[in-house]
Ligand binder design. Structure first.
Ligand code: FES
Length: 224
């Protein structure tokens, strides 16, 4: 069961931890400031630029500790609390340092029924860490994710807010981890959309034989 269902009350981030970035290291370049101002001017109100600003900051600093959230707030001219609210609402914004690759394993309903927890536990065993942890070499972080909108391709995971890897099996996890260790990001695997289903003749896939995971319903060992 997802953590937030078991314990819907989450702790707020420490507002004043020891800063990770300071001085010259805690600033946007001239070009980055210009880009943020461009976003600010392209929305009816400056708040519209906050997601772009946070994303740019995450790409630059790797994650969003309070001093970086404050930097974004100051640049846009927004209160810290509002900027913090956006940064903490979306799990895609990292509030703490993560590994080079963040593996978001979906365990929401469709993925759960198709073995999402088996995949999560396999990955945890393989990397020797639990969800929420980062490997000692700083390469991988495992996270449990809510629905990522690829339910028809369950079970699936997302790599660092980027490519989707669908129809997961232990073999596919092995190949993915090997590829990432070699510095190769996977291609984004597209997901089954309703219009695809129409093209395939209704609401049933007709290419079952081409997709082994559809051949035998991969019911989670955890649930059986
Ligand atoms: S339940 Fe996993 S993508 Fe929707």
């Amino acid at each position: 069961m997802a953590d937030f269902i078991k314990n819907p009350v989450v702790d707020l981030l420490d507002r004043n931890p020891e800063p990770v970035f300071s001085g010259k290291d805690l600033s946007f370049s001239k070009d980055e400031k210009a880009q943020i101002m461009k976003w600010v001017s392209s929305y009816p109100s400056k708040e519209g630029a906050v997601m772009h600003g946070l994303w740019l900051a995450q790409e630059k600093f790797g994650f969003l500790p309070p001093e970086v959230i404050q930097l974004v707030a100051d640049e846009i001219g927004m209160p810290y609390a509002d900027t913090y609210g956006v940064a903490t609402f979306y799990t895609q914004y990292f509030k703490e340092k993560k590994g080079d690759y963040v593996l978001d394993v979906c365990t929401c309903f469709s993925c759960q029924l198709c073995g999402g927890y088996d995949i999560l536990h396999y990955l945890e065993d393989k990397l020797g860490i639990h969800k929420g942890e980062t490997t000692a070499d700083g390469m991988f972080t495992i996270q449990e994710a809510e629905c990522l909108g690829a339910c028809g391709s369950a079970p699936m995971l997302q790599v660092t807010n980027g490519p989707y890897v669908n129809h997961l099996t232990p073999e596919k996890i092995d190949a993915l981890v090997d590829a990432l260790r070699d510095g190769k990001m996977p291609e984004f695997e597209s997901v089954t959309l309703p219009q695809d289903e129409d093209e395939l003749g209704g609401n049933r896939r007709t290419d079952v034989s081409l997709t082994p995971t559809y051949g035998v319903c991969p019911v989670s060992e955890t649930l059986s």
